[in-house]
Design a protein around this ligand. Structure first.
Ligand SMILES: *Cc1c(COP(=O)(O)O)cnc(C)c1O
Length: 360
């Protein structure tokens, strides 16, 4: 049996739906910020129950615009997690600010105590990453932010639809940034991103930042880039949004199957009682990680070692931070296939092979 880590193929049913949605765009011809972009933003506002959502070109751009909207730039420091995709740190660097890396807890999410130890005069913001679809300890993070007068930007790229005390990922801070690239929970056919904001002023500024700093009179007020969401992607995302809850349920069911069989032999992800995880990945921890990787690969199961300690990346080795736990977890973490196209027998096959590995 072969199991792929992710399957991005578009099945016939979905293909028909997409072709219709795309054809509609081709007919009205408003390919730049056409009506689908606004409709998508409105549907997101409804889904999230938040005042404002803004469609952008990617998750990296969403993070960059969020930082810019909060006036973060040269001379500033932003504390972020040492376990993430490197885009979190790059978005900070692109503003001219310096990312500082805080250590993580055993669930890979940023450790609030580590954040507090790293705060200096230069610190302007905290950027938690809701890793693998589990929301970070937002009450503790917001508490620290309040005490030290810092902004908070959530990198909710891996957590679309996840909940913390009844609130969606991305709606628990000053600005939430979410990637909608084709690998994410809510996935475009290529690149797209999303910003979640709770007030009109920030929304206006983000709208300007989205396209070269132009205001509604097309006058450039601030220096910026081009980060518009494509109408064609919005048309696709509108269709995908309809089934995103079903997709999340499927992933949660797979996670339950894994946990029921594997939690005794290795460290499986845990869900706190005040949270709902969406399992962007199902990431386990074992000291026999490298051997397990080889064994599963040999048996046709595609698993991934990635999102390791950012302070070990060439670009960030000289940066300030704490990463003791992140570094150790990076040697032990392994992401198993966990996606909606998997069959039950594929999940069972993976479980069987992992058990077999630990029995030998
Ligand atoms: C995917 C991802 C991003 C970047 O998103 P793009 O849309 O690929 O630019 C940023 N942060 C995290 C945590 C991600 O997983």
């Amino acid at each position: 049996m072969n199991v792929r880590f992710l399957d991005l193929s578009v099945l016939d049913d979905e293909r028909e739906i997409f072709l219709k949605a795309i054809d509609k765009v081709l007919q009205h011809g408003q390919v730049i910020l056409g009506p689908e972009v606004q409709e998508f933003e409105e549907r997101i506002q409804e889904y999230y129950g938040v005042p404002k959502a803004l469609g952008v070109s990617s998750g990296t751009d969403a993070l960059y615009l969020a930082l810019r909207a909060l006036d973060i730039g040269i001379g500033d420091e932003v504390i972020t997690s040492s376990i993430s995709f490197v885009a979190s740190a790059n978005a900070i660097s692109l503003t001219g600010a310096v990312p500082v890396f805080a250590d993580v807890n055993d669930d890979f999410n940023i450790n609030p105590k580590s954040i507090e130890r790293l705060i200096t005069e230069k610190t302007k913001a905290i950027m938690p990453v809701h890793y693998a679809g589990k929301i970070a300890d937002m009450d503790a993070i917001n508490e620290i932010a309040k005490e030290y007068g810092l902004k908070v930007i959530e990198d909710a790229s891996q957590a679309f639809g996840a909940l913390y005390k009844g609130h969606f990922a991305g709606s628990l801070s000053d600005i939430g940034a979410i990637s909608l690239n084709s690998m994410k929970i809510l996935a475009a056919l290529g690149d797209a991103g999303l910003l979640i904001v709770n007030d009109e002023q920030k929304y206006e500024k983000l709208s300007m930042l989205r396209y070269n700093g132009l205001n509604s009179q097309k006058v450039c007020e601030i220096v910026s880039t081009n980060a518009k969401m494509d109408t064609l992607q919005a048309a696709v995302l509108l269709q995908r949004l309809k089934s995103v809850n079903t997709l999340i349920d499927k992933r949660r069911k797979i996670a339950d199957m894994y946990a029921a069989s594997l939690s005794k032999i290795l460290k499986t992800p845990y869900e706190d009682s005040d949270r709902k995880n969406v399992y962007f990945t199902y990431t386990i921890v074992t000291s026999k990680r490298d051997e397990l990787f080889e064994y599963l690969t040999k048996n046709g199961i595609e698993v991934k070692i990635y999102h390791t300690n950012l302070m070990d990346e060439i670009a960030y080795r000289q940066h300030r931070g704490e990463c003791e736990n992140a570094r150790e977890l990076s040697q032990k973490k392994l992401a198993l296939p966990c996606h909606e196209k998997m069959t039950e027998s594929q999940v069972e096959y993976i479980i069987e092979k992992i058990k077999e590995f630990f029995e030998d």
